[in-house]
Write a protein that binds this ligand. Structure first.
Ligand SMILES: [Fe+2]
Length: 339
């Protein structure tokens, strides 16, 4: 399967018509009604595009990602790149772009946000923030954003997610590695399949990274995260059927259980294998990539932002399609067959 799909003129005009309908009805995508409307409208996406997205979502496509190209962003109309993720929810000059991303994402499931991450917002702003440039956060730039799957620590993590590029003149790369492409010895995989690892919640789910001018922080919302910090459960990093494996990865927030040197060695091997399997994407304005969060890990290269009005600007949307619940029970070749 070709992993890059370029929208043609006919498809773009059909998408434009759908966006026009949604744009007329909603002033934000950040509510249940708008998200549901996007799900309904997504059934009317151009047939070829819809089929492709559904193929990736079905599990037949083993690559774990697809890059959709061709959507044109009006660089003037969207305004300046935000200097922080903390932006207003309404009256945004980039509503058209937000609708496009939620529309495409909704072709394979429901978009969702986390109460402990930007107060449940569906669409995150991923922009460079100087104060966190060395952190393992979306706002970093001076350090490699290490291998991770989104919310690897959480049982409710996204099945899929999309990343959309508004600006990337710094030419940062998005790095991707699929579990199928890991060349690991059988014995190492066996260790990675055992609950000998701890993944702590990443910093984006902490109160300090979520204080905002847009809402009042509810400390109680973070109690479950705090519990995961205080009493972490040990987990396996590779799981599911051997012919259709899944993985959870968070290089910066994972450790072997205390004193388990064998697990520590397997963990190091896993991270090296991810490096060897890496595919790099240099995203351009209008690009949107759909990633299988249960089967691919991702990261980002170092880049040098100028913290000005045109600096790098990405958006992320989580998608839940209920696949995790019974995916491990299905035949890996005949995905509609429950074993
Ligand atoms: Fe990420």
């Amino acid at each position: 399967m070709d992993r890059v799909y370029t929208l043609n003129k006919v498809e773009l005009s059909e998408i434009k018509a759908l966006l026009g309908e949604l744009y007329a009805r909603f002033s934000t995508v950040e509510n249940e009604e708008a998200a549901l409307a996007c799900e309904v409208a997504a059934t009317r996406l151009p047939a070829g595009l819809l089929a492709l997205l559904r193929i990736v979502a079905s599990g037949y496509a083993r690559s774990g990602y697809i890059l959709i190209r061709g959507f044109e962003i009006d660089d003037e109309a969207i305004g300046d790149s935000p200097q922080h993720w903390d932006q207003p929810w309404h009256d945004r000059p980039y509503l058209r772009e937000e609708l496009f991303q939620v529309l495409l994402s909704s072709a394979i499931g429901g978009v969702f946000g986390w109460r402990t991450q930007e107060n449940g917002r569906f669409l995150r702003h991923i922009v460079p923030i100087e104060s966190v440039k060395n952190e393992q956060l979306g706002g970093s730039s001076a350090t490699t954003l290490m291998w991770h799957t989104e919310e690897a620590f959480h049982i409710g993590r996204a099945d899929f997610f999309t990343l959309m590029c508004y600006r990337n003149r710094e030419k940062a790369t998005t790095n991707i590695a699929c579990v199928d492409d890991l060349d690991l010895p059988e014995a190492t995989v066996e260790i990675l399949r055992q609950p000998r690892f701890i993944i702590f919640p990443d910093k984006s789910h902490t109160p300090v990274e979520n204080s905002s001018e847009q809402w009042k922080l509810n400390a109680e919302a973070f109690s479950a995260i705090q519990e995961m910090m205080d009493n972490p459960q040990s987990v396996s990093l590779i799981y599911g059927r051997s012919d259709l494996p899944m993985m959870r990865v968070d290089q910066a927030f994972v450790s072997p259980v205390d004193g388990d040197e064998e697990a520590a060695a397997a963990l190091a091997e896993l991270h090296e294998a991810l490096d060897r399997a890496a595919i790099t994407l240099q995203m351009e304005p209008g690009d949107i990539v759909l990633l299988d969060n249960l089967r691919v890990a991702h990261g980002r290269s170092v880049y040098q932002p100028d913290y000005g009005p045109k600096h790098r600007w990405m958006r992320r949307v989580n998608i839940d399609n209920g696949r995790r619940i019974n995916f491990g029970l299905r035949d890996s070749q005949k995905i509609r067959i429950m074993l």
